[in-house]
Design a protein around this ligand. Structure first.
Ligand SMILES: NC(=O)c1ccc[n+]([C@@H]2O[C@H](COP(=O)([O-])OP(=O)(O)OC[C@H]3O[C@@H](n4cnc5c(N)ncnc54)[C@H](OP(=O)(O)O)[C@@H]3O)[C@@H](O)[C@H]2O)c1
Length: 283
């Protein structure tokens, strides 16, 4: 592959992709909203025409899940409509569009991991806007849609940092939801997988999450354990922590397709967490 364009490049996954591309000696360019607002179709077309990348990975998104409930139009403009601009521009330059999507396109009612071809049925505004993004990305001649979940990356606002902040703030007890299940996913591992998927010419929908699954409570306990912190973690039901947006009960994504395409599974989530903490611990 010669040439990668990353949109939303100041975000968790965008940064990780640029690091991974640099490590591979790939020519890569990143833009966030200040230099390329993906809502602007003319700016998108000009940028693609100027760079003519082999692939565009769109990590730009309105990711504040609760805020999407009251700002669905704004979220749709970024997570949905703008992806159509990217798809149209990619078709003009022969660029592969890689759209990053989410477990939130599913209802979470299934009692097994979700497969790529399971019918989406979002239960939140965020999920609806991301599903629209998938539909528009699928209109690009060459497209790859990578659904991920429970993402955390270096320099980002994420669950690991929220737990770490509470520990450092002197909390003695954390109350964490224990009835939502998913696969915590390190942006560095996902970036590696995305570039490998491009290398093998993957197209269509692929699920990309770290291997294994847990609940938010299980994830919090593992963070506390790996940080060797003296904090109690109490499991609570979702109903005890009311939030504007509904969350899927089951967010576990099946990754058999990715494993077959790459000839290897994704790393296990506790191992990924250890590498993230090693990279981000200051003391
Ligand atoms: N985080 C998760 O748990 C999770 C789970 C499943 C899927 N995903 C998906 O994975 C992808 C990457 O997520 P992430 O956690 O890396 O997101 P992130 O850290 O929130 O980064 C998204 C970036 O996009 C930028 N952006 C927003 N509007 C834009 C626009 N109009 N034009 C260009 N850039 C814009 C944001 O800027 P501002 O910060 O200034 O808004 C931010 O820098 C997203 O597609 C997300 O939907 C995330």
């Amino acid at each position: 592959m010669t040439g990668l364009l990353v949109t939303g490049s100041d975000g968790q996954l965008g940064r990780a992709l640029l690091v991974e591309a640099a490590a591979r000696g790939l020519s890569a360019e990143g833009h966030d909203v200040d230099t390329l607002d993906i809502r602007d179709p003319e700016a998108v077309r000009q940028m693609l025409n100027w760079i003519r990348p082999a692939a565009l990975v769109n990590t730009a998104a309105f990711t504040a899940v609760d805020a999407c409930e009251s700002q669905e139009d704004e979220a749709m403009a970024i997570n949905g409509t703008a992806v159509g601009h990217l798809a149209a521009a990619c078709d003009l330059t022969g660029t592969v569009l890689v759209q990053i999507s989410t477990d939130y396109v599913f209802s979470g009612d299934a009692d097994r991991p979700y497969r790529e071809d399971d019918p989406p049925a979002p239960i939140s505004a965020y999920g609806r806007t991301k599903l629209r993004g998938e539909e528009l990305a699928a209109g690009a001649k060459e497209h790859l849609i990578v659904r991920t979940a429970w993402l955390y990356g270096i320099g980002g606002r994420n669950f690991v940092e929220a737990i770490r902040r509470q520990i450092e703030g002197g909390a003695e007890r954390l109350r964490v939801v224990d009835d939502q299940r998913g696969s915590p996913t390190f942006a560095g591992d996902l970036a590696t997988a995305i570039l490998d998927l491009l290398d093998v010419g993957a197209r269509g929908i692929v699920h990309g999450v770290n291997a294994g699954s847990t609940t938010w409570y299980g994830f919090a306990r593992e963070i506390v354990r790996q940080l060797r912190a003296e904090v109690d973690v109490e499991p609570v039901p979702t109903g005890d922590v009311p939030r504007p947006a509904r969350r899927p009960r089951n967010s576990v994504l099946e990754t058999r397709r990715l494993t077959t395409l790459l000839g290897r599974p994704m790393p296990e989530w506790p191992d990924a967490l250890a590498r993230y903490l090693e990279a981000t611990c200051t003391s």
